[in-house]
Design a protein around this ligand. Structure first.
Ligand SMILES: *[C@@H]1O[C@H](CO)[C@@H](O)[C@H](O)[C@H]1NC(C)=O
Ligand SMILES: *[C@@H]1O[C@H](CO)[C@@H](O)[C@H](O)[C@H]1NC(C)=O
Length: 376
């Protein structure tokens, strides 16, 4: 690691593999209050993720060489030394502190062995974090059907079908991850999100803000910004379901037909796509500068994971938006069919319903919250 006389401490950031974890983890470091340059961060990633980190830093105008504030260190993946992600680098680089992703909770033990303070970072919001903790302690594991009410929450009652719970809560195998994450959370310095089951919680954010104007190539020259510039104010529907969701080919097709039937311009970020859409739409495959798109005046509505939930905690977050904040509406009414965190259980949504829902559903958070830049 490069060092400079101004650096007072060195922190290792160990994000999970996905863009939606890497970007906010870097923002976390960049938004921390401190004298500028006093804390040097090293982002610990796989070689395959290096480009994600580099472009995230470029968008934020952060240099990565020459005594910079953010360094990049890589570990082999799959592991050649048999150690899980991050572990060998924590031992080798001897940082002053470690921030590890919630998925890599074992680093809490590694840091504790070395006497290094460690905090866990979770990009998942406070509400679903607390809801899943309450549900786990209430013992929902292994339930196969029905509806549960999240315990210990003030009103309104949050009721959620078992099919919409994250896979780690549905699994009957309680000896797996969850049972190991809870002790790690209690043992570490704190969790970078609010939670009742940890020693200390740090509220951080907002993370994933639009890039700085000074970042120059802030949108990485993405053609979609030029395209948006040609559209009238508040006219474009934006769709992006995140890098971790998989939508079946047949469902993608119905969404495309529904959008065409709705008749307004749309910008759609997908993982993969084989079909042409009409003139009205622009399809971006892979990564798009989401924070810039959300901030663009042409953007009218936004279909994203909190409006069309699919995986992990997204169904719980949807209830936070629709029931607690009461600031959005469900894309699909309660009785429209089975929704599930397991894609093969999901009911197929026909084009007509997509068009109707898009027409009804013209809502988007004014500023982006948790970013879900797509890039996997
Ligand atoms: C349960 O999870 C543990 C740890 O991930 C694994 O070793 C074990 O094989 C799993 N058991 C079953 C029955 O799936
Ligand atoms: C990050 O690295 C992992 C492991 O090499 C790889 O499977 C994943 O696709 C990479 N993700 C991104 C966004 O580059």
């Amino acid at each position: 690691m490069a060092s400079s006389p101004a650096i007072q401490s060195k922190v290792l950031l160990v994000p999970f593999f996905a863009t939606s974890h890497i970007s906010p983890c870097i923002d976390l470091h960049l938004t921390e209050a401190r004298p500028p340059g006093a804390v040097e961060a090293t982002v610990v990633i796989t070689p395959a993720n290096a480009s994600v980190v580099r472009s995230a830093l470029a968008r934020r105008a952060v240099p990565t060489s020459g005594g910079a504030m953010v360094q990049v260190a890589m570990y082999a993946f799959p592991a050649v030394d048999g150690l899980p992600p991050g572990e060998s680098l924590i031992r080798d680089l001897a940082p002053d502190a470690v921030v590890t992703d919630t998925h890599f909770f074992w680093n809490v033990d590694v840091a504790a062995d070395l006497g290094v303070p460690c905090a866990i970072f979770s990009p998942i919001g406070t509400f679903p974090t607390l809801a899943t903790s309450h549900l786990a302690l209430a013992g929902v594991h292994g339930a196969t059907g029905g509806v549960v009410t999240v315990p210990r929450f003030p009103s309104p009652n949050i009721r959620i079908p078992i099919t919409e719970l994250p896979e780690f809560l549905r699994s009957s195998n309680v000896s797996n991850r969850w049972a190991r994450i809870m002790p790690a959370r209690k043992k570490c310095l704190g969790l970078y999100v609010r939670n009742g089951y940890v020693r200390r919680a740090y509220f951080v954010g907002p993370l994933s803000l639009p890039p700085l104007p000074s970042a120059g190539a802030s949108t990485d020259g993405s053609p979609c910004i030029d395209w948006l510039d040609t559209k009238p104010a508040r006219s474009v529907v934006y769709l992006c379901f995140g890098s971790l969701t998989h939508m079946a080919e047949a469902q993608l097709h119905e969404v495309a037909l529904g959008l065409e039937a709705y008749g307004k311009p749309f910008l759609w970020v997908v993982r993969e796509w084989r079909r042409q859409v009409g003139d009205r739409g622009m399809v971006i495959i892979g990564w798009a500068p989401q924070t810039s798109i959300l901030a663009h005046p042409a953007r009218m509505a936004c279909l994203c994971s909190s409006t069309w939930p699919m995986v992990v905690e997204q169904f719980i977050t949807e209830r936070f938006v629709t029931q607690v904040l009461a600031d959005g509406q469900r894309m699909w009414p309660e009785d429209a069919g089975v929704r599930s965190t397991r894609s093969k259980e999901n009911q197929f949504i026909p084009a007509k319903a997509v068009a109707r829902a898009v027409a009804m559903f013209i809502w988007c958070p004014e500023g982006p919250g948790r970013g879900e830049e797509q890039g996997e």
